[in-house]
Design a protein around this ligand. Structure first.
Ligand SMILES: *Cc1c(COP(=O)(O)O)cnc(C)c1O
Length: 219
């Protein structure tokens, strides 16, 4: 299928309250432009260098989201323009984002990335750490950060029940924190598991290969 057919098929599967982040990592500017021209405004990238190369060549009203592990020393490059950093996985990173956003007199939206997968390799905060950072946010410790929700990735497995349990764990935390301060965004679900994520309460999904096709890391 073409990018256009893929994109329209995904859009048709999403309830109207679910936001789509089109994950364009490894795909060329021309492909991003094609999806933009279909009406998509929110794109996700996981590498700062790639984002810095692409962003200037694309429409200025794109809302860029960082979705991958972000090193603190890279925050300064994206602070002037980034819309949302979905992958906040440490207090150190949040402190740096707050500092760099302040230099540009802006607020950067962030999601706290929570580790819900059983896999060892995944980045993210433990639930207790996420609660602690959340408390610090509502206490006003990071005035140049707008903490709008949570992000999580499920284990890469065919076991749908496991994926469902992991997403449900994050939804439960989201509901709990939402009692203390209203949160907008629960970002979970990718090409292979977004329908389950939506069933479990996601209102934002990050879809790459189901729109752009498979990624080629050899280039
Ligand atoms: C790459 C990536 C995605 C998109 O993955 P697909 O399986 O291609 O949809 C979503 N979220 C994160 C954090 C990613 O790194």
């Amino acid at each position: 299928m073409s990018i256009k057919e893929n994109y329209n098929a995904i859009k048709n599967q999403l309830p109207s309250n679910v936001q789509l982040v089109a994950v364009s990592k490894t795909h060329p500017v021309s492909a991003v432009q094609e999806v933009y021209d279909l009406g998509q405004k929110i794109f996700g990238e996981n590498k700062v260098q790639e984002l810095m190369e692409k962003a200037p060549l694309l429409p200025q009203d794109i809302q860029w989201h960082v979705i991958g592990h972000l090193q603190t020393n890279k925050v300064k490059y994206i602070a002037p323009f980034i819309d949302t950093i979905q992958s906040v996985d440490s207090e150190k990173l949040l402190t740096e984002i707050n500092k760099e956003a302040g230099k540009h007199n802006r607020k950067i939206k962030v999601l706290l990335q929570v580790k819900i997968a059983a896999e060892e390799s995944k980045f993210g905060l433990e639930i207790s750490e996420a609660k602690d950072l959340f408390q610090q946010c509502i206490a006003g410790n990071f005035p140049n950060v707008e903490m709008t929700g949570l992000m999580g990735m499920a284990t890469f497995t065919d076991d749908q029940q496991q994926v469902r349990n992991e997403f449900s764990t994050l939804k439960k935390l989201f509901d709990e924190l939402n009692q203390l301060k209203t949160l907008k965004t629960l970002s979970m679900g990718m090409s292979d598991d977004f329908p389950i994520a939506i069933e479990c309460g996601a209102n934002s999904v990050r879809v790459g290969s189901a729109i752009f096709g498979r990624r080629d890391y050899s280039k």
